[in-house]
Design a protein around this ligand. Structure first.
Ligand SMILES: C[S@@+](CC[C@H](N)C(=O)[O-])C[C@H]1O[C@@H](n2cnc3c(N)ncnc32)[C@H](O)[C@@H]1O
Length: 260
């Protein structure tokens, strides 16, 4: 079930986690006054209790996770309960898991024999990942990360570099992409108006901006351009909806990339 908007003070949380960047995540990872979710740039209400549903959604879209003895890469792995669940699943399936994030974030992740930590910002650290997986990755997960790098980095280069880490028939999931066009369509519905009022603690309806859209955010044009670019680079790429019981499914979606 989607988050209950009255459980989150949207105005406060939106400003608290505005303008996230790799360096801001590094600083938040060091801040012991924050919960693990907050260190990953989200209020607890966006994640607590949703991890199993998120895992089920990821596993359904990235079937390689259900196989045995594969090489999996998690770029922007974070440090929360979802991170631990991915580690557990990989241990149970005999996968080797290469975890990529800042050194500060990785320090919050427990060590385990089946994991390798590669500290650094992707794609700067792509050679280090390649050194750990010279044959390429069977599966790559990049969950909740694209919107963080969008605006400050080349999203197309990021997506292509990540896709090139796949071995033939490997699968990459860009999950939990915050799509402003989808948000806008939602806010234009009666349900979206009520959601906005409760979430933003206001009686005013949302102002749904007309075109042109805010070019600092990912919207449909970026999602579809990513698909076009990835397909043009020889990968199969698909947009996939999130399961309805995920916390932000009314605003987020996923991209699955499969290497031929
Ligand atoms: C919103 S959190 C998501 C964490 C985790 N994937 C999850 O969903 O629980 C985004 C994560 O991406 C990391 N990150 C941001 N930019 C990155 C980059 N260029 N390379 C690697 N990690 C990055 C941040 O440090 C942070 O841990």
């Amino acid at each position: 079930m989607a988050i209950k908007p009255d459980k989150v003070d949207g105005k406060y949380e939106t400003s608290r986690f505005a303008e996230l960047s790799y360096d801001r995540f590094r600083a938040m990872a060091r801040d012991s006054t924050l919960s693990l979710n907050e260190r990953m740039g989200m209020p607890d209400a966006f994640r607590d209790g949703y991890e199993d549903a998120i895992m089920a959604d990821i596993c359904a879209k990235l079937p390689v996770l259900g196989e045995e003895g594969r090489t999996i890469v998690d770029i922007g792995c974070g440090c929360g309960l979802l991170t631990l669940k991915i580690m557990e699943l990989c241990a149970a399936r005999g996968h080797r898991l290469i975890m990529v994030d800042s050194p500060e974030m990785l320090e919050l992740v427990p060590d385990a024999p089946h994991i390798v930590k590669v500290p650094g910002a992707f794609p700067d650290c792509k050679q280090a990942i390649r050194a750990e997986a010279p044959e390429g990755a069977d599966g790559i997960l990049i969950y909740g990360v694209l919107q963080v790098i969008f605006g400050s980095a080349d999203i197309f280069g990021f997506a292509a570099d990540a896709s090139r880490l796949l071995r033939p028939h490997g699968q990459l999931l860009f999950g939990d992409i915050s799509n402003f066009s989808k948000t806008r369509r939602f806010l234009a519905t009666p349900e979206g108006v009520e959601h906005h009022k409760a979430y933003m603690r206001t009686n005013e309806p949302p102002v749904v901006p007309p075109f042109p859209e805010d070019d600092a955010r990912i919207d449909d044009s970026v999602i579809f351009a990513l698909l076009m670019r990835l397909r043009g680079s020889g990968f199969e790429a698909y947009v996939m909806p999130q399961a309805a019981d995920l916390p932000l499914a009314n605003r987020r979606e996923d991209i699955l990339v499969v290497r031929r």
